[in-house]
Design a protein around this ligand. Structure first.
Ligand code: HPA
Length: 271
């Protein structure tokens, strides 16, 4: 079923274009304007692609954009669906598998996330160096799809060391405030309690969010190289006196969106 569904999406896209991406970019909440950096060859609404679901969350577009960035062929997933929206894990990782099967060997996965210690400034970025799956789920549960990957994928390097170093080099050069750390992935849709934020911080977390972890697992299953970047839109619950709202998260992401587009474009061109 999983493989057939992925192939159905790939076949539909292949009927529109024979473009082969080398790199995919998954754009998180409020970070969708990066599509403007790309010279589009084909733009397809998720609602038209069999097996894709339009995102229900405000701040997430719902389009696959295939095009050129410098001399790189990229596939942009503008918007994603989340487990908390009610989708199965297979549905959550479906677009990742599709761009992988279209040809992307390197996957850049972005998100908005909450910072797990009080020294972090909202509006800064975190380069993901590892992840902790706190969702209680795994997209690979069930019969292994051997055409996609092995039963027991190695997770010793969820985020490619060399490419993450390269991204950090660009952030330094451009003087973009950032740090690196471990991303804790939760189900949501509730924001964390103060006790959860304290626990994740003490366990070594840098940021917490409601996406990314399943996508990274599916990408690694397929043997892809992954780079992860979080826009830290807020401090985790209890680290500041403010209550969290999605509007605030979107507002901070859009404040740094042009900076984000700028360094991401340079990074992709450098790959
Ligand atoms: N927690 C979880 N997800 C998030 C947060 C947060 O604080 N901010 C943006 N996405």
């Amino acid at each position: 079923m999983i493989l057939e569904n992925v192939k159905k999406s790939v076949d539909y896209i292949r009927k529109q274009t024979d473009f082969i991406p080398d790199i995919s970019v998954t754009l998180g909440s409020g970070l969708g304007h990066f599509v403007n950096a790309v010279e589009a060859v084909a733009t397809i609404d998720y609602k038209d692609i069999p097996g894709f679901f339009p995102p229900t969350v405000e701040g997430h577009g719902g389009r696959l954009v295939l095009g050129q960035l410098g001399d790189k062929n990229v596939a942009l997933l503008q918007g994603r669906v989340h487990y908390y929206e009610g989708h199965s894990m297979a549905e959550v990782v479906h677009p990742t598998r599709v761009v992988g099967m279209l040809g992307a060997q390197t996957m850049v996965i972005t998100n908005s996330a909450g910072g797990l210690n009080k020294d972090i400034q909202p509006g800064t970025f975190m380069v993901l160096r590892d992840q902790v799956n706190m969702t209680g789920e795994n997209p690979l549960r069930g019969p292994n799809v051997a055409e996609l990957g092995v039963r027991f994928p190695d997770m010793s390097e969820p985020f490619d060391h060399k490419l993450s170093d390269q991204l950090e080099g660009i952030l330094k050069e451009k003087q973009v405030p950032y740090f690196n750390g471990t991303y804790f992935g939760v189900q949501g849709p509730t924001y964390e309690t103060a006790a959860e934020v304290k626990l994740f911080g003490e366990m070594g977390g840098g940021a917490v969010g409601m996406s990314t972890v399943p996508e990274v697992i599916a990408a690694k299953h397929m043997g892809k190289k992954v780079v992860g970047i979080s826009c830290i839109t807020n401090l985790g619950t209890g680290l500041s006196s403010e209550a969290l709202t999605h509007d605030d998260v979107k507002a901070v992401a859009s404040r740094v969106e042009s900076q984000f587009s700028d360094f991401l474009a340079q990074f992709i061109k450098s790959l």
